[in-house]
Design a protein. Sequence first.
Length: 182
Amino acid sequence: MDTVKKFSAVTVALHWLVALGILGLIAVGIYMVETESFHLYHIHKSFGLLVFAVILVRLTWRWRNGLPQPVRAMSKVEHHTAVAAHLVLLILTVVLPITGMIYSGASGNGFGIFSFEIFPSRYANGQAIPFSQQWSDLGQAAHGLLGYLLLILIALHAAAALKHHLLDKDGTLLRMLGRRVD
Ligand code: HEM
Ligand code: HEM
């Protein structure tokens, strides 16, 4: 379990595993859409679903542990901002892959983890036949918008972590790197 002075190895491992996974998925997602690299779509979906599984484990872990307590005395505003930012990050990491599944499922492209099919595709003459055009459009728009929103929030979140480390010189970042802070 986490304490104010030290985070458990599970918290640290889950944070960095999900952080790396999400950053990789955002980079590949934007690249494949911009360059129309359709061969990357299945890889993005497969890893997206694997990372989604880790995200669900992380959410359960957070539920049991509560959100991190500040390493030092902080103003109410600063603490509440951190809690709100962490909650939004947690919620977005769950909602984003779900919108990807809604789009892929409803558009008739299907999804699965590598050769393991989870939701079937529906093709005719090499074209995907949507199960629902409405849900497909909604899922696609939400996945794109929320993906960019998450990227902005991550940049702010990483900047806040660096501010703690470099300007405030407190143990916030070191604690998430597994170090004991006194
Ligand atoms: C890329 C560089 C990143 C850095 C430097 C970083 C740093 C940190 C630090 C220092 C904390 C602890 C804050 C505290 O003690 O109050 C933290 C917590 C957190 N971070 Fe990050 N983070 C990064 C990426 C991400 C990403 C990509 C996500 C997910 C979208 C994320 C989601 C969270 C969440 C939800 C928490 C709350 C604690 C928890 O659930 O484990 N972080 N991060
Ligand atoms: C946390 C996990 C995920 C992240 C961070 C993520 C992120 C992204 C991003 C940033 C894009 C580019 C959006 C754009 O430029 O419009 C994208 C595209 C896409 N993602 Fe994900 N994704 C994740 C999971 C998934 C999952 C689980 C699926 C489906 C099973 C999926 C299916 C897609 C598809 C089909 C596209 C192409 C959308 C288009 O052509 O407009 N993603 N993803």
